[in-house]
Ligand binder design. Structure first.
Ligand SMILES: [Zn+2]
Ligand SMILES: [Zn+2]
Length: 391
């Protein structure tokens, strides 16, 4: 193995690239009103603004997107570039402005961007690490240009190297990638992992170790339910959830948890294998998600009004990353989360008629069980592409 120490000056000249000026909001954004925010990862294929329409039509009031194709490397400087190449990996400044305006109209928040899966900020391979730093720098630039609130990234993998050293490399890479970027209100969130192979971040103390090395950066944590479960945190049980939240509180701190990725798990407890499943159809189960959505320590708080300062909650959201095995799965998972939360799905003001005909009921009405089922079936039938009535 190459014993050459990591070059700490792996910077490149970014002077000539497009650098968006973050828009400085006058106060906290409107969506930080303490209301429950439920979002879903939506596709940017075709037109990036279409992701907003999809999330809105599904009944979500928050969303997560990739800002470019997540499984390929992009040439450096792939920000707002009017010479957008084939494959639409790049979005023009006009497209990004339209995206920001439409998001405002639909009152979707927070907007979460998930970073490219190829990025490994911990890589012991210098070439891969420099490429990762550049790619993450581009992720930051694009997230700022889109007006995103959070950029979620996996810590990376040590690939056989020393785990502590690799964790230190992550922090150093983050700082280098963020150099000369005006982040505005964008926050970088490290996501916990299932701990497969040499992947870092399956324990909260490991995430804390990295965060502590970045005191000058706006950082936080994204916790993924499927990853926690696969990493051995038994959040399926009420007691296990409480213990897990204690483990978070005593390490990274709950106040630094901004996003909760809600995914059921195809794989069993402590499997260390990351396979997402529909809510209620995996090893975690509906009851566990009901507890998670309603847990006081995970509740969102209005800006400036944290009820439990230690638990934070301002800007917190629950985001689905569930698979779409058949048309309508996304709608089903969003509806399941709202139902488990016991809160009505909102209808944002100023919204156009949803394209697919699905409309979230504005009023919550008590119905007999039989009526409820038939109304549910009617709603499912109205939704785009739902061919089968199986739920
Ligand atoms: Zn992730
Ligand atoms: Zn996740």
């Amino acid at each position: 193995m190459d014993e050459t120490p990591q070059n700490t000056q792996l910077v490149y000249d970014a002077e000539d690239e497009y650098r968006p000026e973050p828009t400085v909001p006058a106060g906290p954004p409107a969506w930080q009103d303490g209301s429950l925010r439920i979002g879903i990862h939506t596709s940017i294929a075709g037109d990036i603004a279409q992701s907003l329409e999809i999330a809105h039509a599904l009944g979500a009031n928050a969303l997560q997107i990739f800002s470019a194709s997540p499984r390929m490397w992009h040439s450096h400087g792939s920000a707002a570039d009017s010479t957008a190449g084939p494959g639409r990996e790049k979005f023009s400044a006009v497209a990004m402005a339209r995206f920001r305006a439409r998001r405002e109209e639909l009152q979707l928040g927070p907007l979460v961007v998930h970073a490219n899966y190829l990025i490994n900020l911990a890589s012991p391979d210098r070439v891969l690490r420099v490429r990762s730093i550049q790619a993450f720098h581009d992720e930051l630039v694009r997230a700022v240009a889109l007006g995103a609130d959070y950029l979620v990234v996996h810590p990376g993998a040590s690939r056989g190297g020393d785990a502590r050293q690799a964790a230190g490399a992550v922090a150093q890479s983050l700082r280098q990638a963020a150099r000369n970027v005006k982040l505005g209100s964008l926050r970088i969130l490290l996501e916990n992992t299932a701990g497969q192979g040499t992947v870092l971040g399956s324990t909260f103390s490991e995430l804390k170790f990295i965060l502590d090395l970045c005191p000058d950066l706006p950082v936080g944590v994204c916790i993924d339910t499927a990853h926690m479960f696969a990493a051995g945190f038994n959040i399926r049980e009420a007691e296990g959830l409480d213990k897990t939240l204690q483990a978070i509180q005593s390490t990274v701190g709950l106040a630094r948890v901004y996003i909760i990725h809600c995914n059921d798990s195809k794989t069993p407890l402590a499997s260390r294998v990351d396979r997402h499943e529909h809510i209620g159809e995996g090893k975690i189960g509906l009851d566990a998600f009901r507890r998670i959505l309603n847990h006081p320590l995970l509740a969102p708080a209005a800006a400036g009004q944290e009820k439990e300062p230690a638990a934070g909650g301002v800007g917190r959201a629950f985001i689905l990353e569930t698979p779409i095995d058949k048309p309508g799965d996304d709608l089903k998972n969003v509806r399941t989360l709202w139902k488990l939360s016991g809160k009505p799905a909102p209808v944002p003001a100023g919204s156009a008629a949803p394209r697919d005909g699905f409309r979230v009921r504005a009023k919550k009405r008590k119905r007999p069980a039989a009526r409820k089922t038939s109304s549910k079936k009617r709603a499912a039938a109205r939704s785009r592409g739902v061919a089968k009535k199986k739920r």
